[in-house]
Design a protein around this ligand. Sequence first.
Ligand code: NAD
Ligand code: DAU
Length: 353
Amino acid sequence: MAANPDKKILITGGAGFIGSHVVRLFVNKYPQYQIVNLDALTYAGNLENLSDIEDKPNYRFEKGDITDGEFVHSFFEKEQFDGVLHLAAESHVDRSIKNPMAFIVTNVMGTVNLLNAAKEAWKDQPEGKRFHHISTDEVYGSLDDGGYFLESTSYDPKSPYSASKASSDHFVRAYHNTYKLPVVLTNCSNNYGPNQFPEKLIPLFINNIRHNKPLPVYGKGENVRDWIYVIDHARALDTVFHQGEDGATYNVGGFNEWKNIDLIRVMCRVMDRKLDRAEGSSEELITYVKDRAGHDLRYAIDSTKVMEELGWKPSLQFEEGIEKTIDWYLENTAWLDRVTSGSYQEYYKEHYQ
Ligand code: NAD
Ligand code: DAU
């Protein structure tokens, strides 16, 4: 989609972790666009993530639920969007194991509501329009020791979360094939960075170290994830949204694999230094707990296509990214304390004790 002036772009899930970085990038980089952030503000959505740009003239927030088909339909009719970046989702694997239905409703039905609304709104003039579906590497399943996920890798989702995302990806491709809806898809690896809800590994462990609480490592900590700094992911979405080929999929990752336990040890060392604690004291908090049910062993994504065809590449080395990330959480303890008050405490108790 060309970066023409006067485009109205919908970003769903813009109050969440990745969405807030995408909204900020688009609002600052494209002052000529109107950016509309649609978010239901679930436990994971937080407008505080966007306080620095909330008064910009090219930005607007709309509270709304993508599972409400009638609302989504009339919203599209009224707003006449030129493009959509769809990030709104239930995103935490552990929650999907406890309550799969919420993931089917939001991730599958919510996505189909948006596809229907875009199909209807763009039926007479699909040229210049684009629906960008933001998905995950987890749709490809779990790797043993060798190999990478390619765009051509068969889908093999193994958790209710990844099954719901895989289903939504299939619907996006089906709408492209059947109705010629202009779409692009991206499948990304594990993101880390500022504003991530502290139910996910990195912010959870930073917060627990801060409070001298146990660090609950699932199983033996041998699972491997491929980590990418969230702003690099946002830059990749910008690149694919504007330059990606119609109907194409692009894998996005950091070529940065870490065994959980090794990553946790790095975090512990950095935290000891930042908090002026004796070397090794954070590592003493490591506690091995019952493994996640059906825990995928390894994810590793090959992002050669987006790098070679569209010229994107990650900008940060992991060592720099994790320092920046830890600094952000330590400088924003009020944010951490606010998002972990209330219902988070009940979730934590129920899940970990
Ligand atoms: P997040 O949980 O931090 O944010 C999700 C946002 O969606 C929240 O603001 C929430 O309020 C909103 N939302 C949820 N249900 C909604 C509904 N029914 N209607 C409107 N808004 C709703 O998630 P995230 O980690 O930022 O992930 C964003 C997207 O990127 C998701 O689609 C996820 O599958 C995908 N993704 C995430 C990662 C990762 O590592 N976090 C990696 C690859 C892909
Ligand atoms: O790969 C992309 C995916 O990465 C995204 O699609 C998901 O939205 C995102 O949540 C993330 O999924 P993971 O399950 O990999 O992330 P999480 O942070 O929950 O866990 C990372 C690893 O750490 C995983 O192997 C499980 C482990 N873990 C996690 C938690 C929360 C623990 O050992 N202990 C924990 O308490």
